[in-house]
Structures are given as C-alpha cells and as structure tokens.
Design a binder for this molecule. Structure first.
Ligand SMILES: Cc1cc2nc3c(=O)[nH]c(=O)nc-3n(C[C@H](O)[C@H](O)[C@H](O)COP(=O)(O)OP(=O)(O)OC[C@H]3O[C@@H](n4cnc5c(N)ncnc54)[C@H](O)[C@@H]3O)c2cc1C
Length: 292
C-alpha cells in the first residue's frame, strides 16, 4: 500500500482524492463520522447554492472518493509506528495491522481530557497521554489507564509487560469493549488525582474516588474515547504543540512519511482549510511514496 489516510472528514477525503489522482494506491481507515457530521448547516463553503447539512457534505465527499477507486475500511486506529526496518509506517487497529509507505493523519481534533482536579497540574509528573512513549518509566510500578474503549485497552496492553500492575479506571462509565478478566477495572468516579513530594517534585501518588477511597498509583495514562491525531502523532514521536500536530508547508511532520491535515494542525477549524491541507498532504504523500 502506498498511502493510508486516517479519517474520512474533509481533510482525509481531500488527501485521498489528490493522492489517488496522483497515481497512488490509497486506503482510508475511519471509524465513521467526524466533526463535520455535527454541523447542522454549512453555507460558507465554495460552490453551495443552498446550505447543506454537514452529514450530507461528508457523505458526498466519501462517495466521490469511492467513485475514484479509493478503498475504505471502517475501523478505529489505536497506534501508528515505524515498521521494523524503518522503510514504512504501520497503522494498528484492534482488528488489523496495515503497512504503507506514507500515512496522513486526518483524524480531526478531539481533546478528551476530563476536568479532574490535579490532572492538568500533574501532566509530565505521572500523568501521561502516551503509553508507548512512557511505559519504560513505569517498570515494576503500579499504573492506571483512564478510558473505556479500544484505545484504553490498547494502552493497557502496552503497559502490561512493563508495569507490575495495570488497572483500568472508567471514571463512572461502562467499558464499551470486553476487558480481559486479568485486568482490574474500577468504575467509580475519580474526584482527584493526588500527588506527593518525591525528591523535591510533586508526582502522582493515587486516585481519589467519590467514596473517599484512595487507590495508590505511580502513573495515570489518559486514553479516553478514541485516539485523536495528536495522540497518534505522539506515539510515533512526531512533534506536537498546544494539542496540534506540527507540520511544515507540505503538511509533513518531523517523522519521514507522516503527514497531517485538517483540524488536527490547528488554526482555522473550518472545512475549507481542512480540504486545502488534505490536498497538500495527499500530493506530498504521493510524491514521497513514489520516491520510497
Ligand atoms: C457543530 C459544528 C459546526 C460546524 N460548522 C462549520 C461550518 O459552518 N463551516 C465550516 O467550514 N466548518 C464548520 N465546522 C468545522 C468543520 O466541521 C471542521 O473544521 C472539519 O470537519 C475538519 O475536518 P477534519 O477532516 O480535519 O476532521 P473531522 O471532520 O473531524 O474528521 C475526522 C475523521 O477522523 C475519523 N477518526 C477520528 N479518530 C479516529 C481513529 N482513532 N481511527 C479512525 N478514524 C478516526 C473520524 O471518524 C472522522 O472521519 C463545524 C464543526 C462543528 C462541530
């Protein structure tokens, strides 16, 4: 496969159209609707004589890409990594692992961080958003993953070989995937992430539940809902800043073969900008794939 595009919103579809028409073999992996489908009415995009619903615009975009021969897979991406010999990129879902010469992150922008007292202040001091990046620091320690879906389970699985104990905290939600019996699940609401002073620095020491009980943990990994573009970028070591993926003029990240487009790169969060960036990313990714 030449190019895998993650997301079927305006950025992903635009990337698919341009890459396909540039001669690349393209596959879109998407879990379904994105931000656009939530828009009741779009009337500020070029070429619309009458307003259309966001859902209609999104469905038309997907239909157009299918007509051009773009392949679609409905699945949730939980990780992106380099392949073993660093010649391509690997996209992981709970159901499959796919490899491509280039990948375009177009999974929109969703920052799902709960407003739990202590969480924000302890980011980088025991609160992490990336198991693959930080698992190593929790060897033989007790950690918790906060989340309820495939993404959280994926993070648990990454931590298991490193930590002495990994628990899943759903913060009052029911898990939406089957959790193996071997994993301790806590469904109670968390009211605070607590810290203690360790060598002159505050670090996570436990999670306080609504009933007052404190579960001691050394680390807390946030994996709510599904992984967004920024979460995926972090996993492979691509630059991020203020919850956006850092790209150059070709929409390339600092990881060879990895591009990003749309809401996930920040700036104007509008269809027109997502479509433009998708086009640039699709063309650049096709050029990269041709050279690889
Ligand atoms: C209520 C509302 C109203 C709006 N009104 C307007 C408007 O009037 N005009 C305008 O120009 N813009 C409007 N916008 C903004 C516009 O919708 C976004 O700027 C645009 O959709 C961004 O496109 P995108 O492709 O970057 O992301 P999205 O449209 O969010 O698409 C993201 C895609 O990634 C997929 N995805 C996410 N995570 C994963 C994963 N882990 N694995 C696989 N797939 C994944 C999603 O399913 C989706 O297909 C509005 C947005 C909202 C929410």
């Amino acid at each position: 496969m030449d190019i895998i595009i993650i997301g079927s919103g305006p950025a992903g579809i635009s990337a698919a159209l341009y890459a396909k028409r540039a001669g690349a073999d393209v596959m879109v992996i998407s879990r379904g609707n994105g931000a656009l489908a939530k828009a009741e009415k779009i009337e500020n995009y070029y070429g619309l004589a009458e307003p259309v619903t966001g859902a209609e615009l999104e469905a038309n975009g997907i239909a157009g890409a299918k007509r051009l021969g773009v392949n679609f897979i409905e699945d949730e991406v939980v990780g992106v990594a380099m392949n073993d010999d660093f010649t391509g990129l690997v996209v992981q879902t709970p159901n499959r692992t796919c490899e491509a010469k280039a990948v375009v992150l177009a999974a929109g922008s969703t920052r799902l961080a709960p407003k739990i007292p202590g969480l924000k202040e302890l980011e980088g001091k025991g609160v992490s958003y990336c198991a693959i990046c930080d698992a190593f620091f929790y060897r033989q320690k007790t950690v918790a993953v906060l989340g309820e879906g495939e993404y959280a389970l994926h993070e648990v699985e990454i931590l298991l070989p490193h930590a002495s104990k990994v628990m899943l905290f759903t913060n009052g939600k029911e898990p939406v995937v089957e959790i193996p019996d071997t994993i301790e699940v806590h469904k109670e609401k968390i009211i605070a992430v607590e810290a203690e002073n360790e060598n002159g620095m505050e670090r996570v020491c436990g999670l306080r539940a609504e009933d007052g009980a404190l579960t001691p943990v050394n680390g807390l990994f946030i994996a709510l809902g599904t992984a967004g573009s920024v979460d995926l970028a972090r996993k492979i070591g691509a630059g991020t800043e203020n919850y956006r993926v850092v790209v150059d003029g070709d929409m390339a990240t600092n990881v060879p073969g990895l591009y990003a487009a749309g809401d996930c790169t920040g700036g104007l969060l509008q269809v027109v900008k997502a479509a433009y960036e998708g086009a640039v990313a699709g063309l650049a990714a096709a050029k990269y794939a041709r050279r690889s």
